[in-house]
Design a protein around this ligand. Structure first.
Ligand code: SF4
Length: 703
């Protein structure tokens, strides 16, 4: 590495690619893939390759704190002292009058682990409420529950290196060709070199990932549990199960067997809208494989039955004994760069740091003792959507939103707008004015971005990396952890006078000691000098742990993995009606990231999918008198969207698709997919039902 180079990690998706950052003669940042990084081996996708544009263009950046003294006045520039003093004074007064549960923090899977840790310590340890949730609630919370139910803890068992060791992949509810491109490139290369590798894709859309598959099961949205149970039944009937593993290392098989035998495969095929022979074929491929990996993302998780889908899928790894072996295991694909790190520090309303359980009195006592506080409130906090419901109803009075844009990303946007207007005090801490959420802030705090602060992140395979500060933040922007600590001290809390991010990280590492995510043998020096590590990194595993459960000892009380049966095999989403006959599913496009506050600045990233379009099957287009390129109006019970139609065979009849990235700042609010989406959530994970909203579609005619 030459003198002016630094190594860091991409700030976009959970793949966590290694990046080399340099500066050109004009002191502008240049990026390239790190060819020695174990994740990407030099490769970068379109988003990662263009990160330097985002860093070098500061025209959209929030440079100074801004505040308004009342809603009838515009915001004006204020000093950090004035802004944070006012925030502390408002929070104190609201808590005094309405109790600690009247305030909350809504944070992000893009925050660094240190920032996440401090925000949680502040809220759960010192403010006395568990009202801190994260936008990771929108993508991974169903998977978290699934892992906890099956393995006893939220633990992704495998590594990317297992991809090259597997021969069968079931990719379901995910389009890694677009959303996890470097991971997908590794899979493509593996198949190119090993033509016997089999790829099965489950998706109502024929995505680029599905086009690459050996078998595409184009199911109807919401029928996943029925499909996985039918596969489980076929595996059993053909004797393609691992009896030794089931008998010695699992619990709950009898009940599972009863559930999978409750539905005939022929009936399951009908319910899923696919051929019976394809279900059997998928089961036979999985059952005969030597190394079976399932990969999934939001297509599974974002559902009212997201947990059921997860447990039904995890059962396929258990019935075949494909866990804890090289080239096998379930593998949730994390969307955000540090969603995993957030889960480690307890970054959700129902979690505590270091995978401790909020509902466990002993765990609460341990965490309280570590932070030097009397107690942790036993009441679970409000989750993402619940928090905005509480703002709308007036139960919650103040919210602090950091590094996320709920005005575009949360379901039923009009309700979020109402909630923000109804809140007594809104703090938005972010980097860019391109966030629609800034408009509703009483106090805007400028945050430092990627390369402007140091800290750590954990990618989808439990790999922790260090991200250095390489450039100064523009204006008066400050690192998020520093802002939270400053606020905490103004609230009068002790334990927040850290001198560096490293000190925060060391505190977190000390807290992990003796837990299943123990990283007590890791510190900034090792991360800077030796590279990345997969947790746990403890006294027995100095070099980290690429694969969990190799000893077949799980984190459940019995040490066995658990077959969980779905509480219902059917989808409980609101079903189509004559008024709203089509099912809307939302998702991502290849070159955009979340609400486009960063990728939306890069012209070359706009060419692939320049504007949001409605993907509609030719039969549905014909029935609704829509031609390719027509402007359509899409209506649901929650609102409407107006975009052009793309008539395409790639989407299943009865289903339409909209990308979720576009918001008001970037186009207009008629492009915002979440105008339409419903507010239903999975009853356990509280993850929203983004993949199933009933809508009507018609050609738009000017009034
Ligand atoms: Fe960044 Fe993800 Fe692309 Fe890698 S695959 S470069 S982490 S966006």
């Amino acid at each position: 590495m030459v003198k002016n180079e630094v190594k860091t990690t991409c700030s976009y998706c959970g793949v966590g690619c290694g990046i080399i950052v340099k500066k050109d003669n004009n002191n502008k940042v240049i990026v390239e893939g790190d060819k020695y990084h174990p994740v990407n081996k030099g490769m970068l996708c379109s988003k990662g390759r263009n990160l330097h544009y985002v860093v070098n263009d500061t025209s959209d950046r929030i440079l100074y704190p801004e505040m308004r003294w009342s809603r009838s006045h515009p915001r004006e520039r204020v000093s950090w002292d004035d802004g944070l003093d006012r925030a502390a004074s408002v929070f104190k007064s609201i808590i005094k009058k309405h109790g600690p549960d009247s305030v909350g923090f809504y944070v992000s899977g893009q925050s660094l682990t240190e920032e996440y840790y401090i925000a949680n310590k502040l809220t759960k340890g010192f403010l006395g409420t568990n009202n801190i949730d994260t936008n990771s609630r929108l993508c991974m919370s169903s998977a978290v529950v699934g892992y906890k139910k099956a393995f006893g803890e939220d633990s992704v068992p495998i590594s990317y290196a297992d991809i090259e060791l597997a021969d069968t992949f079931l990719i379901t509810g995910a389009n890694p060709a677009w959303c996890h491109p470097i991971l997908f490139r590794r899979l493509e290369k593996h198949k190119e070199e090993n033509p016997d590798v089999q790829i099965i894709v489950v998706d109502p859309r024929k995505t680029d990932t599905a086009s690459f598959a050996d078998l595409h099961l184009q199911i109807l949205p919401g029928t996943d549990v029925i499909l996985y149970n039918a596969i489980g039944r076929r595996l059993y009937e053909r004797g393609l199960i691992d009896e030794d593993f089931i008998n010695n290392y699992t619990e709950g098989f009898a009940a599972y067997k009863e559930q999978v035998f409750a539905t005939k495969i022929s009936k399951a095929a009908k319910l899923c809208g696919i051929d019976e022979k394809d279900i059997k074929k998928a089961a036979d491929i999985i059952g005969l494989s030597k190394g079976f990996i399932s990969m999934w993302a939001m297509g599974l998780n974002q559902s009212v039955v997201g947990v059921n889908k997860n447990v039904a899928l995890l059962n396929l790894s258990l019935i075949t004994g494909q866990v804890g072996k090289p080239g096998s295991g379930p593998f949730s694909l994390t969307g955000q760069p540090n969603a995993m790190g957030g889960r480690e520090v307890g970054g959700m309303a129902n979690l505590l740091a270091v995978h401790k359980d909020l509902m466990n009195e002993e765990h609460r006592r341990e965490v309280a003792q570590f932070w030097g506080v009397d107690e942790i409130n036993p009441k679970p906090g409000l989750t993402a959507t619940e928090m905005f419901d509480a703002l709308e109803s007036g139960k919650m009075k103040a919210v602090w939103i950091a590094c996320t844009n709920p005005l575009v990303s949360l379901p039923n946007t009009h309700r979020i707008e109402k909630a923000m207007k109804n809140a007594k005090f809104v703090v938005v801490q972010d980097i860019s004015y391109k966030s629609d959420t800034v408009e509703y802030a009483d106090l805007v705090l400028p945050a430092a971005g990627w390369l402007e602060k140091e800290g750590t992140m954990t990618n989808s395979e439990r790999r922790i990396s260090y991200l250095p500060k390489e450039i100064d933040a523009p204006g008066e922007a400050r690192p998020d952890a520093e802002i939270f600590c400053d606020f905490a001290q103004r609230m009068g809390f002790r334990g927040f006078n850290y001198s560096s991010s490293e000190e925060i990280y060391d505190e977190y590492c000390a807290m992990t000691k003796g837990t299943n995510i123990d990283v007590s043998y890791l510190n900034y020096d090792r991360l800077k000098n030796e590279g990345t590590f997969q947790w746990p990194v403890n006294e027995y595993r100095h070099e980290g742990t690429p694969r969990l459960f190799q000893d077949k000892v799980f984190y459940t009380p019995s040490k066995k993995a658990i077959f969980n049966i779905a509480t219902t095999t059917e989808n409980t989403s609101i079903q189509p009606t004559p008024d709203y006959p089509l099912i809307l599913t939302t998702g991502r496009v290849r070159d955009q990231w979340h609400t486009m506050t960063k990728t939306g600045k890069v012209s070359r990233l706009k060419t692939h999918y320049p504007k949001p379009v409605l993907e509609i099957n030719p039969v549905d287009a014909y029935l609704n008198k829509i031609k390719d390129g027509d402007i359509t109006e899409i209506h649901s019970e929650n609102g409407s969207v107006r975009v052009r139609a793309k008539v395409t065979e790639t989407i299943k009849k009865g289903v339409v698709f909209l990308p979720m990235h576009w918001g008001k700042q970037l186009q207009n609010d008629l492009n915002r997919a979440n105008n339409l989406t419903n507010t239903h959530v999975d009853p356990i994970s509280k993850e929203p039902d983004f993949k199933f909203t009933t809508v009507s579609v018609s050609k738009y005619t000017k009034p």
